[in-house]
Structure formats: structure tokens, C-alpha cells
Design a protein around this ligand. Structure first.
Ligand code: A3P
Length: 345
């Protein structure tokens, strides 16, 4: 019986073996072509001449391996010289708005082979002590990059801090400025939620959002409450416009970046004069997180930390209505100035 079945068994083993070898060969081929999965990046002449094939590969290898090593401070001076690496001042800054999705925007832009992010918020322009350390201190805080790449940093406090526009102007009057906004009431609640979580972590009690957002004496919106003030986007933007023309700003729709990130990122690529290199491949929806996550290649992907995408507390609907009514005229002005209209209530 066993003897009779042997050819059949051998045939089955042969098919299974071929399948296994086939899969293995496929995997090897995919891993070998990782760099090709991320499209090549012939960046326009602005960032200096180079060979079209060479740069993207180097940029990607750099992002996956070397950059990490350099961040850990393991790079020798020789390695840095050999790779022709530099620490460059940012060519673009995400200046705000806090809780608008600034981290998601920075991380997603970092998918682009020509972009290198400053991982930490540097708080150079909004912090007097840091600012007094001078521009070289700021530059040294920047990550290593190839000369053709652009460095981007984000510090959302810049948007609302009075001294910042003039300070940035003094560094680079033609810098590109990114502002990511969300529906103002949702942003204010998100802001409150972050502070609330901080208090809870320290076992402290905190006021309810309603108590902070509404002045108990007048029953009107409390404009002294920082989370409310930050959401009056037009007031802050007007201060920036004393230094920079509107063309130097790009407004990102933070609500759309959550639900449909790619078109928002493509608009930013355009604004930064970068060739379109971020694709749907780089972004995948993670149902457990409830957000889009990032895919650099088949090996490396990541979602944002759990502190992004918190569950907001329930807020009294009459307070929400009051806030939306309050923000309405400021929003209209914001649409008018920026030329970008949102469907905010
Ligand atoms: P919530 O925590 O209120 O949901 P910031 O980085 O400026 O602090 O913004 C945080 C917000 O980014 C989060 O606010 C979240 O909604 C939003 N966000 C946008 N895209 C995201 C993503 N892919 N993953 C996680 N959070 C994202």
C-alpha cells in the first residue's frame, strides 16, 4: 500500500518543495529590491546637482540605517566626512498648531527620501534661554543629512508665541512655513485632553472642559483660556503676516490628514517643490489604532505613539455649540486670508 502511494507522496513533496523554494526566492528578490519599492527621487536643481540613480538609494539606506546610528551618536567624524553629511538649518518649519496633527505631518513627510526630520521639538525660537544660545546651537540640534535633502523641524508653540515670527525671519526670510489646523473646537478639546492626561498621571484633579471654556460670570466663551485662544487661528496668523507674505505659508487640513492623508501630503510636496514620492504604499490604515500608519518598506513600518489619538471626554453639546458660534467669524477670516476653506461648522 505504502509502496503504491510512494510516487504520489514524492509528487506532493516535490510540489511543496517547489513552492517553498519559490516563496524563498520571491522574498529574497523583494528584500533585495527594497530601495526600488520607494520610488526614486530626482529632486529639482535647487538642492544641487547629482546623479539621479545614486542619491535616492543613498538617501534611503541612510534613513534606515545610518541615520539611526548617527542619532545614537555612534558615528565617527570619518563616517560623517565619508558620507558627506551635514547638519542643515531647516528649509521648512511646521510652526503649529498644537494638537493639529503636527507629529503625524512631520513623520509622514519624513517618508519622502529628500526630507529629514528633526525628531525632537527644538523650541529654539519660542524659548528665550535656547534662543540666547545662538543659531549655531540650533543648527547643531539638526539631524545629519545629505546636502540635497531638506531638514524639517516642528515646534507647535512657535505659532502662538509673539517673538517667533521676527526671530525666524531673521534666520531665513524665505523659509517655508507649514501650519496644520483642525476644526477649532475639536482642537481645543484635544488640547484640554492632553493637559488632563498630564494631571491624571500626577494624580491631580482638574477642572472639566466646560468650566474652563465658559466664563461662569458672563456665561460667554472664556477667551483667557489658552486652549480657546490657540484655536483663534486668524489672530495668530495675522501676527506672522507682518513678517512673511501669505505665499510662504501652506495650510494643511489636519482633519483630512487623519482620514485621507495622501492628498494632503501631495499638496505639501508641491509646496516644498519636491517631486511626488510619497505614495499610498507608504500609508496603511491600522484598524486597531484607528489611524493611518507609516510604511517605509516591507520590513520597516510604524504607527504614531499612543499619546496621539486620545479618546476625548464627552463635552456638553451646548458648550460645543457656543464655542463653534464663537469661532465662526474668526474661521471666515482665516479662510479669506489663506484662500483655503474648510467645512467647519
Ligand atoms: P487627538 O489625540 O486629539 O486624537 P499633535 O501631533 O499636533 O499633538 O496632534 C495630535 C493629533 O494628531 C491627534 O489628536 C490625532 O487625532 C492626530 N493625528 C493625525 N494623524 C494621525 C495618525 N496617523 N496617527 C495618530 N494621530 C494622528
Amino acid at each position: 500500500m505504502l509502496f503504491k502511494q510512494q510516487p504520489l507522496l514524492r509528487q506532493k513533496l516535490f510540489v511543496l518543495g517547489s513552492l517553498a523554494i519559490g516563496s524563498l526566492l520571491y522574498l529574497v528578490a523583494r528584500v533585495g529590491s527594497l530601495d526600488r519599492l520607494q520610488p526614486l527621487c530626482p529632486i529639482d536643481g535647487r538642492f544641487g546637482p547629482r546623479s539621479q540613480d545614486e542619491i535616492p538609494l543613498r538617501a534611503l539606506q541612510f534613513k534606515r540605517g545610518l541615520l539611526h546610528e548617527f542619532r545614537k551618536g555612534n558615528a565617527t567624524k570619518e563616517q560623517i566626512r565619508l558620507h558627506n553629511l551635514v547638519q542643515q538649518l531647516p528649509k521648512a518649519i511646521i510652526i503649529g498648531v498644537r494638537k493639529g496633527g503636527t507629529r503625524a505631518l512631520l513623520e509622514m513627510l519624513n517618508l519622502h527620501p529628500a526630507v529629514v526630520k528633526a525628531s525632537q521639538e527644538i523650541h529654539f525660537f519660542d524659548n528665550d534661554e535656547n534662543y540666547a544660545k545662538g543659531i549655531e546651537w540650533y543648527r547643531k540640534k539638526m539631524p545629519f543629512s545629505y546636502p540635497h535633502q531638506i531638514t524639517i523641524e516642528k515646534s507647535p508653540a512657535y505659532f502662538i508665541t509673539e517673538e517667533v515670527p521676527e526671530r525666524i525671519y531673521k534666520m531665513n526670510s524665505s523659509i517655508k512655513l507649514l501650519i496644520i489646523v483642525r476644526e477649532p473646537t475639536t482642537r481645543a478639546i484635544s488640547d484640554y485632553t492632553q493637559v488632563l492626561e498630564g494631571k491624571e498621571r500626577k494624580n491631580k484633579t482638574y477642572y472639566k472642559f466646560e468650566k474652563l471654556a465658559i466664563d461662569p460670570n458672563t456665561c460667554e466663551v472664556n477667551t483667557k483660556y489658552k486652549a480657546v485662544r490657540t484655536s483663534i487661528y486668524t489672530k495668530h496668523l495675522e501676527r506672522w503676516l507682518k513678517y512673511f507674505p501669505i505665499e510662504q505659508f501652506h495650510i494643511v487640513d489636519g482633519d483630512r490628514l487623519i482620514t485621507e492623508p495622501l492628498p494632503e501630503l501631495q499638496l505639501v510636496e508641491k509646496f516644498l517643490n519636491l517631486p511626488p514620492r510619497i505614495s499610498q504604499y507608504n500609508l496603511y490604515f491600522n484598524a486597531t489604532r484607528g489611524f493611518y500608519c507609516l510604511r517605509f518598506n516591507i520590513v520597516f513600518n510604524k504607527c504614531l505613539a499612543g499619546s496621539k489619538g486620545r479618546i476625548h471626554p464627552e463635552v456638553d453639546t451646548s458648550v460645543i455649540t457656543k464655542l463653534r458660534k464663537f469661532f465662526h467669524p474668526f474661521n471666515q477670516k482665516f479662510y479669506q486670508i489663506t484662500g483655503r476653506t474648510f467645512n467647519w461648522p
